[in-house]
Design a protein around this ligand. Structure first.
Ligand SMILES: [Ca+2]
Ligand SMILES: [Ca+2]
Ligand SMILES: [Ca+2]
Ligand SMILES: [Ca+2]
Length: 444
C-alpha cells in the first residue's frame, strides 16, 4: 500500500511540476548501488539492516576500524546556473555522537572527485561542534561556512535534509528532525557562487572502530527547475479577532481536505489536498502570480492555507507557497479567498526561492487600488467580507440568492461571512450590510 501511495505522490509531483528535471533519484529499493563509485571498494552497500525507508538504504559496511570512506555518482548535465536546483536526502547515524574524527557529510555538488571543489552539508567537516552546516570545499578542505544551523547532531539521529540553490547562487538549507521532508524548517539562506560545476553528488564518512558501519543514506533526489515562493501575510475581516483570526471552521471540522475552488467562479483545477486540518487553519485561499495587473498576465495559481496568524502557507502548513516552473523575478501576488474580496500587492514584489515576507495587514496601501482593504483595528488592515458567491462584488444577490437560502444552516457556507461555521443574522447585519456595494480592486 505504501508503495502505491509513494507512486501516486511522485506521479502528482511530476504532473504539477512538469518543468522539473530529475538528475539523480535513488531510494536503493533495487537492492544495489550500481552507478555509484566507491572509494575504496566494498565500503558501502544497499542494505536491509536498519533501512531508513522501504526495505533498503545505502549503508556503510567497511571492515576497516578507522579511516575515511567516500562514494559518488555522476549528475549528468546539471547546470545549476540555469534554474533552481533542489537536493533532498535522509541521513542517519548509529549509536555514536559525532566528534572531530567521527564525522560525515554529503556533497550536493562537486566539480571533480580528486581535487574536490564544491559544497558539503553535514557535521564536523571543520571543527567539532556537531552542528549541521553547509560548507564550501576547495581542494578537499573546508573553505568557509555558507549556512550554519543550530542543530546539534547526536547519536542515532535521522534527519531529512533539503538544500536548494537558485540560479543566482542563493543557497537555502532546510531540515526535518523526524526524517522525511514533510516538516522541513529553514536554517537560513546565503549566497555563494564560487563553484558552479555540478558533475557529481557524493558522500564522505570518517569513522573509528565504534562508528564503522553506522551511517545510512536514503531517498536521494536531485532535481532542477525554477521555483519561487510567495511569503504573504494577510487578515480576513470576518474571522478577525483582536490581533489574529478565529479558527472555527477548523474546530468545527467543516473545512475540506481538498482545495474548494474547482467550481465557478474560480474554476481552479489544482489537486492540492492535505492529510488533516491543522488547528490553526482559518480557510483555503487562492494565490496567483501575475507579471502585470491584468488577469491575462497570470502565470501561476496555487491553492494555499490561511492560518490564524495571517500567514499564507503551502500544504505543509508552515512553508511559504511554492510555485514550480516560475523564474525568480518581480510579480504581483493576488490573494483570492472564497467570500472575501481579493487583493493584489500594490506593486510587483521580488520573488525567489527565499522571498521576503509581504504583509497586506500593515497598511491599506499594501493592496492594489483604492479601498481594497478595511481597517480592522487601529493600524491593522484586512480583506473585506460579504461576497457570498465569490464573484468579486458584494451585491444584493449575495444576500437574496445565497444568505437567504443558507441562513440557519451550519457548515462550509459562502454566506458565513465571519467564518464561524454558522449562517446567522449577524453575518448579514454586521458584515454584508456594511460592505454592500464594494468590489475587489483586482482586475479579473
Ligand atoms: Ca530506501
Ligand atoms: Ca552531538
Ligand atoms: Ca458577489
Ligand atoms: Ca457566521
Amino acid at each position: 500500500m505504501k508503495k502505491y501511495l509513494v507512486f501516486i505522490i511522485v506521479l502528482t509531483a511530476f504532473l504539477t511540476a512538469s518543468a522539473q528535471t530529475v538528475y539523480l533519484s535513488d531510494d536503493f529499493e533495487d537492492g544495489n548501488i550500481d552507478g555509484w563509485i566507491e572509494s575504496p571498494d566494498s565500503s558501502w552497500e544497499a542494505s536491509t539492516v536498519g533501512a531508513i525507508t522501504g526495505s533498503y538504504s545505502l549503508k556503510h559496511i567497511s571492515a576497516d576500524t578507522a579511516g575515511g570512506n567516500h562514494l559518488h555518482k555522476a549528475l549528468n548535465g546539471l547546470d545549476v546556473t540555469a534554474q533552481t536546483t533542489r537536493w533532498r536526502f535522509n541521513l542517519k547515524n548509529g549509536d555514536f555522537d559525532p566528534t572531530n574524527s567521527e564525522k560525515f557529510w554529503v556533497y550536493p555538488m562537486l566539480h571533480d572527485t580528486t581535487a574536490v571543489n564544491g559544497y558539503a552539508v553535514g557535521v564536523n567537516l571543520s571543527g567539532g561542534t556537531d552542528t549541521l552546516t553547509l560548507w564550501k570545499v576547495t581542494s578537499s578542505t573546508p573553505d568557509g561556512v555558507v549556512i550554519q544551523t543550530g542543530f546539534d547532531w547526536n547519536a542515532n539521529t535521522l534527519l531529512g535534509i533539503e538544500v536548494t540553490r537558485d540560479s543566482s547562487g542563493l543557497w537555502e538549507l532546510k531540515y526535518d528532525t523526524n526524517g522525511g521532508f514533510e516538516n522541513l524548517v529553514s536554517a537560513g539562506a546565503a549566497t555563494n557562487k564560487d563553484y558552479t560545476a555540478a558533475n557529481y553528488f557524493g558522500m564522505s564518512f570518517y569513522f573509528n572502530s565504534h562508528s564503522t558501519g553506522r551511517l545510512w543514506l536514503d531517498d536521494i533526489l536531485v532535481q532542477s527547475g525554477d521555483c519561487v515562493n510567495s511569503n504573504i501575510n494577510a487578515f480576513m475581516e470576518g474571522p478577525f479577532n483582536t490581533d489574529s483570526m478565529k479558527t472555527d471552521l477548523a474546530s468545527d471540522g467543516v473545512l475540506p481536505l481538498a482545495q474548494p475552488f474547482s467550481g465557478a467562479p474560480w474554476n481552479y483545477a489544482g489537486v492540492e489536498t492535505i492529510p488533516a486540518i491543522g488547528s490553526n487553519m482559518v480557510d483555503w485561499v487562492l494565490v496567483q502570480l501575475r507579471t502585470g495587473t491584468d488577469s491575462s498576465t497570470t502565470v501561476a495559481t496555487r491553492a494555499a492555507m490561511m492560518l490564524k496568524d495571517g500567514s499564507v502557507t503551502d500544504m505543509d502548513g508552515s512553508s511559504p507557497v511554492s510555485f514550480s516552473g516560475i523564474s525568480p523575478g518581480n510579480y504581483y501576488v493576488v490573494l483570492r479567498p472564497r467570500n472575501h474580496l481579493a487583493v493584489m500587492t500594490a506593486n510587483p514584489i521580488a520573488l525567489s526561492s527565499v522571498s521576503t515576507q509581504y504583509d497586506f495587514s500593515a497598511a491599506a496601501a499594501q493592496a492594489y487600488g483604492t479601498g481594497a482593504q478595511v481597517e480592522l483595528t487601529t493600524g491593522i488592515f484586512g480583506l473585506i467580507t460579504g461576497d457570498a458567491n465569490g464573484n468579486g462584488q458584494i451585491q444584493t444577490d449575495d444576500n437574496n440568492d445565497i444568505w437567504e437560502t443558507e441562513v440557519g444552516s451550519a457548515g462550509y457556507k459562502g454566506s458565513d461571512y465571519n467564518l464561524n461555521g454558522q449562517v446567522q443574522t449577524d453575518d448579514k447585519n454586521d458584515f454584508w450590510n456594511n460592505n454592500v456595494g464594494k468590489g475587489t480592486q483586482v482586475p479579473f
